[in-house]
Unconditional design. Structure first.
Length: 122
């Protein structure tokens, strides 16, 4: 099993559970859903989500995905400066089927607004 991670507000996760799939706005605006590896997720969280509360990490088994997963150069969000990297990020080209989510982990920031990787993710 290979895992990838998706940072999402708990309210969006609950909405996805109620309809049976996760299809965030980026799927329509960018054509895919952003994911990270366990090694990449803190860089993303600390640049894109500093200080945000009410977040969870979706731990996703790539073997269970029904939409196409591609590993590509990072695509940065508007107004978010990320350092240059040769890393490839997982992008899901279609909705996330919920049976691929093997775990949902609370993802609160520390007092300084930055994140730590929850235990058991690596």
């Amino acid at each position: 099993m290979s895992i990838i991670l998706h940072i999402i507000p708990l309210a969006q996760w609950e909405a996805a559970r109620s309809i049976g799939l996760h299809a965030p706005e980026t799927l329509q605006t960018e054509g895919f859903i952003h994911f990270s590896t366990p090694q990449q997720v803190l860089g993303v969280a600390n640049k894109v989500f500093p200080g945000q509360t009410g977040l969870v990490l979706l731990v996703v088994d790539t073997d269970r995905l029904t939409s196409r997963l591609k590993w590509e150069a990072p695509v940065h969000l508007v107004n978010v400066e990320m350092p240059p990297t040769d890393d490839r990020f997982p992008h899901l080209y279609g909705p996330l089927n919920l049976d691929a989510v093997v775990r949902v982990v609370d993802f609160p920031p520390r007092e300084n607004g930055l994140f730590d990787l929850p235990e058991g993710i690596l």
